[in-house]
Design a protein. Structure first.
Length: 103
């Protein structure tokens, strides 16, 4: 069993980033719903519940540890992969906005 607190390898990070930037329409809608629920429960704008849970789990939050463990049953290192995906999505948006601003 993979430790959810173990860091991802550089190859795993690249794959998670690639996956996050190539979602289908339905997947993007579901991620948007996930982000909305996250914000509605006090989370950061544009962050998924999975990424937030991993971050809080790393900080010692017991509920987040339980949630992260549950998500790991669906996908190994789900929270870590969500964090890498969030970073890739933020960088993609940054590039779009820089281009729009003429930078």
């Amino acid at each position: 069993m993979t430790d959810s607190n173990a860091p991802l390898t550089s190859e795993q990070i690249k794959q998670a980033e690639l996956n996050a930037t190539h979602h289908s329409y339905l997947a993007r809608v579901l991620v948007g719903f996930d982000e909305w629920i996250n914000v509605d429960t006090g989370g950061t704008l544009d962050e998924t519940i999975s990424a937030r849970a991993q971050r809080l789990s790393d900080a010692g939050n017991e509920f987040a540890k339980l949630l992260t463990h549950g998500l790991d049953l669906l996908q190994k290192q789900h929270g870590r992969k969500a964090e890498a995906g969030q970073l890739a999505q933020a960088e993609a948006v940054e590039q779009v906005e820089k281009k729009a601003l003429g930078e």
